[in-house]
Design a protein around this ligand. Structure first.
Ligand code: UDP
Length: 195
């Protein structure tokens, strides 16, 4: 099956390369999509947080982050094709975007971290277009300005790292105002790639 229902969340049963193809296609076809990665910890948070649970039921795509979901599916008697997590996806997505001439905006993490992660990816993929980056500790009244900055940057894809579930709730709340066609919550991704 294309999706597996796991504790009430429909998880895409896909592979890394198909997931990246899917993202590129959504951008090319101008069809907005929000993507959430979930691991067992996220399901645990969803269990106690109806707002986050609702967002997970509404986003266009939920991807299985880490081996925990795969193990869980096996225990429940179904089999998930792959572990499609954000950490493995990021460099591959950057490589593909460089090739396809699609640009990324990185929002979130402590000041300087997203920019450093962007610079590290630019070293690896010199043709990559980073439309912009911004830290995730802005004041609430700076929110409109940040959304404007993202939209003006012309980014095709937005990566947001505020942690679960803040990033998913934020993306869902602002989805109609955000111009990047594909947006996804990526947790500690920028911290990981800023080293
Ligand atoms: N973060 C942020 N703004 C906030 C709270 C958190 O930008 O208001 C960032 C934090 O600096 C870190 C990321 O969000 O880079 C959360 O990482 P974590 O590994 O905790 O994410 P999760 O485990 O929830 O995926």
């Amino acid at each position: 099956p294309d999706q597996l229902e796991f504790f009430g969340v429909a998880i895409a049963n896909t592979t890394m390369s198909e997931a990246i193809d899917w993202i590129v296609r959504r951008v090319r076809e101008d069809r907005p999509a929000t993507i959430a990665f979930v691991n067992p910890d996220c399901l645990n948070i969803a269990y106690g947080n109806p707002e986050y649970r609702e967002v997970l039921s509404k986003v266009e795509r939920v991807l299985p982050d880490g081996i925990g979901i795969r193990f869980g599916c096996r225990i429940l008697g179904t089999s998930l094709r792959a572990n499609v997590n954000g950490t493995d996806m990021f460099p591959r997505l950057c490589e593909r975007c460089a090739h396809e001439n699609l640009s990324l905006f990185l929002l979130g993490a402590r000041p300087g971290i997203a920019r450093q992660a962007a610079e590290n990816m630019l070293q690896r993929y010199p043709n990559l277009k980073i439309a912009g980056s911004c830290d995730g500790y802005f004041a609430p009244d700076a929110e409109n300005e940040i959304i404007e900055t993202i939209n003006r940057s012309g980014a095709d894809i937005l990566l947001v790292a505020f942690g679960v579930p803040k990033q998913e709730l934020w993306l869902w709340k602002h989805r109609s105002r955000l111009k990047p066609r594909v947006a996804m919550g990526v947790g500690g991704l920028f911290d990981f790639y800023s080293g």
